[in-house]
Design a protein around this ligand. Sequence first.
Ligand SMILES: [Mg+2]
Length: 175
Amino acid sequence: MLERWYPWGWAPNVFAIDYAKLQALGYKGILFDIDNTLVHHGADATPKVEALFRELDAMGMKTLLLSDNSAERIQRFNKHIGAPYIAEAGKLDPAAYRRGAKMLGLPVEQVVCIGDQVFRDIRGANRCGMASILVDFIRLPQETHYGKKRVLEKYIMACWRRNPRWRDRLGNIQK
Ligand SMILES: [Mg+2]
């Protein structure tokens, strides 16, 4: 019942993921969510994020930004990264994920989606059979209020953690 929302893997943040391990598993491309995954909602890319994209590029991992946000917002984030992107993706629609894989010239099976929202990033990827990694959402220290969805996400991930069949699909993907 809850499986439809289960990610294939989890990491505390995008910097804790061992991308070489993903590559060894046969993954050649990544669809990244931007807001609260790579940077705080609406923020510009940081030097650390830009370095991550350079690192992925150097190792031959293809990347694409998949966002429900506007083209203007993505372009601002993407200024020094220059990754291909899909704006206003409509993330629950599996077509957006298939389109992302196609833009990278890869079959869906060789692409991983990385995002912070169980009900959007992960559910959408699951709907088209794409691997996915959930990361904890980025929030500022003064942000203490959780939305209802975040409470539900916590519950779903607590169930996921107790379920090795789903939890260990990618093995240990953290550094
Ligand atoms: Mg997000």
